[in-house]
Design a protein around this ligand. Structure first.
Ligand code: GDP
Length: 426
């Protein structure tokens, strides 16, 4: 029996998680999203077709797998239906046979998207740079115990009064901001119209997963965003609104901490970040622009250019300890082939002292100066795990040494088949 696997991005997201989940999906029986929402943008290339997944797990491209949108996520029902019809156009059929939505999943409603946009506008230069998809406000309502959840769509009387309660709360805030009030009746009618299309997928997902486990099946938990955007350990406040660390899979998936299995951390061979926030190893000269162009570094969800930097071994080591990572998948190594210089951030200088960790205070984070080590580059393309160019092999070995975690997978192109297995750790 394959042991379970929990996959987590260990940088600022966009590490290529979707590609690795898709590569591994054939080995598992179920693939579970456990946090975040359609702020995720997982790009997967299979047989010449490019798929972009947001709410739906990346196992959907592999036939006969159960994909679960877990209760720890937040779901925009309209965006979900659009994603489903887009996938149908690309030949991927989605039915309750291959997709379950946990019935305790909170919904993202138009009021959340409106609030996201208003907040970012009001914040001016100090905006977070959210995807404007309403994710943060939807999580706030979950914690505020006001959410409409998938199970609530089955009872129109209760649904109506829950929507009234939610909109009452938001309209107080909107009046304060000098904004028009939103109409609960409108959203109620819109929701009732699509409710059957959502409810047909709804189940207590934990029961399905428990059944799969009891029958000897195995489960892959698919993280979204990245550990440096985690609400607790990320570069707060420039973070996402959920816990992106593997521990969140236990509650957000509904199987418990003992069943997370191997923890696979995904990182790019360099670093990128979308939106505002600290980025100690950022490259501000033309090398940054070169990596961005060669690596096609544009946000899948927002289309915004991603900032580029060298691999930050300090952050990677810190995150791997916090997340309990067992092995790493290193992606986009091909982007570094043929470059003229190659550096890794191995420590920081803070007020004249060398430190080997990322401090918590944003003021200290802003004063960090990266300490880089240069490594030799390589010109030969990478094709096979057995025949890595010497300097590529050296780069991989140094990363393993700095981070203290073995690299088990290498990704050398967006394509599913261009994934090299270095060690069979899981
Ligand atoms: P995710 O959100 O972590 O799944 O990452 P994204 O899909 O937002 O961004 C990763 C991008 O890199 C996508 O366009 C992938 O197709 C692409 N990609 C993934 N792995 C590789 C790789 O090894 N090499 C190259 N060149 N591109 C890759």
């Amino acid at each position: 029996m394959t042991q379970n696997l929990t996959l987590t991005g260990i940088q600022w997201g966009d590490e290529g998680k979707g590609k690795i989940v898709d590569f591994l999906a054939a080995r598992f029986d179920a693939i579970v999203r456990f946090q975040g929402g359609n702020n995720a943008g997982h790009t997967i290339v299979v047989g010449g077709t490019t798929f972009k997944l947001s709410s739906i797990p990346s196992g959907i491209l592999t036939p006969k797998k159960l994909n679960v949108i877990g209760g720890g996520t937040v779901l925009d029902p309209w965006a979900f239906l659009q994603e489903m019809s887009h996938l149908a156009q690309l030949g991927i059929d989605i039915s309750p046979q291959n997709l379950v939505i946990a019935d305790n999943t909170p919904l993202i409603l138009p009021v959340h998207k409106a609030l996201d946009a208003l907040r970012e506008k009001a914040a001016g230069d100090s905006k977070i740079g959210t995807t404007l998809r309403g994710i943060g406000p939807a999580y706030e309502d979950k914690v505020g115990r006001r959410s409409i959840r998938v199970a609530d769509l089955t009872d129109s009387t209760t649904l109506r009064s829950m929507i009234d309660h939610l909109y009452q709360h938001h309209n107080i805030w909107r009046r304060g901001m000098g904004e028009d009030e939103l109409d609960p009746q409108q959203v109620f009618q819109d929701l009732i119209k699509i409710a059957p299309e959502i409810v047909r997928f709804a189940q207590p997902a934990w029961r399905r997963l428990d059944e799969i486990q009891s029958n000897g099946g195995s489960i892959l938990f698919e993280g979204a965003q990245g550990a440096l955007l985690d609400i607790e350990y990320g570069s707060y406040p420039f973070v996402t609104s959920s816990s992106t660390l593997p521990g969140a899979a236990a509650s957000g998936g509904g199987l418990g901490p003992g069943r997370l299995g191997h923890i696979l951390g995904i990182c790019k061979a360099y670093c990128t970040r979308v939106g505002a926030g600290p980025f100690p190893s950022e490259i501000s000269d033309e090398m940054g622009a070169f990596l961005a162009a060669k690596g096609h570094e544009r946000g899948t969800v927002t289309g915004r250019p991603r900032r580029c930097g060298w691999f930050d071994a300090v952050l990677a080591r810190q995150v791997c300890k916090i997340a309990g990572v067992n092995s790493l998948a290193l992606t986009k190594l091909d982007v570094l082939q043929g470059i003229d210089e190659l550096k890794v951030c191995t420590a920081y200088e803070l007020d004249g002292q060398t430190i080997d960790y990322f401090p918590t205070s944003p003021q200290e984070q802003a004063r960090l100066k990266p300490i880089f080590e240069s490594l030799p580059t390589w010109r030969e393309p990478i094709e096979m795990a057995q025949e890595l160019p010497t300097h590529a092999r050296q780069y991989i070995a140094r990363i393993e040494e700095w981070v203290g975690i073995p690299i088990s997978l290498l990704s050398i192109s967006p394509k599913r088949e261009d994934t090299l297995i270095l060690t069979q750790d899981f």
